[in-house]
Design a protein around this ligand. Structure first.
Ligand SMILES: [Zn+2]
Ligand SMILES: [Zn+2]
Length: 199
């Protein structure tokens, strides 16, 4: 009998980019690449063609703050238009009296980008398709990387699955859609997953 102890809830998730990395398809050559991330940036690197991308993870607020020349009041205007955010100086109208005047554009780090989950077989950092992606009866079956793929195979082929905690808590398997856990589908899903391991 094959027993397996499940893993904690966030072991394999979009957060894996911060630890093991997420294996994806390169947007240029469709070869294998990897998405990793640290606190400030997300990185893509293609193993095949060498294409690289870096994206900032921090969300910035852009604004012009001024004291109005005409009415003397202070104001702050947020700049939402991305095309205008990178100008050093912008002409804005005082919200109190409407007087137009130039103001310096200030950039302030507001927050770290929220990490969304995997959606439609794509990772949330660059929107690249996962390398380990297939479908079962029209539904996506995917793994983030080899470690996750091995976990899925182990979990779905075990006869006995145990939770890692004595108190009820969410575990990694709670991420899995029901169709993958249904006993009548499990064997066929494991077969699909094992086929993906050959990639
Ligand atoms: Zn490439
Ligand atoms: Zn004014």
């Amino acid at each position: 009998m094959r027993r397996m102890v499940d893993e904690p809830y966030f072991t394999h998730s979009a957060y894996s980019a911060l630890t093991t990395g997420i294996q994806v398809k390169c947007s240029k050559c469709h070869g294998p690449g990897i998405v990793t991330a640290d606190k400030d940036y997300a990185y893509f690197r293609c193993y095949n063609c060498g294409h690289q991308e870096t994206r900032e993870r921090t969300i910035y607020r852009y604004d012009v703050h001024n004291q109005c020349r005409n009415c003397g009041r202070y104001y702050r205007m947020d700049i939402k238009d991305e095309a205008k955010q990178h100008f050093p100086v912008l002409h804005v109208a005082c919200p109190h009296c409407g007087t137009m005047m130039p103001g310096k554009v200030h950039k302030t780090a507001e927050a770290y980008a929220y990490i969304a989950e995997i959606k439609d077989g794509k990772e949330p950092y660059f929107g690249l398709e996962l390398w380990f992606l297939t479908s079962f009866q029209g539904k996506p079956v995917w793994a983030l990387n080899r470690e996750h793929l091995a976990y899925l195979i182990g979990y779905l082929s075990a006869d006995l699955r145990e939770k890692p905690f004595s108190i009820p808590r969410k575990t990694q398997a709670d991420h899995l859609p029901t169709f993958m856990k249904t006993s009548k589908n499990r064997k066929r899903i494991v077969k699909l997953l094992k086929k993906m391991q050959e990639r």
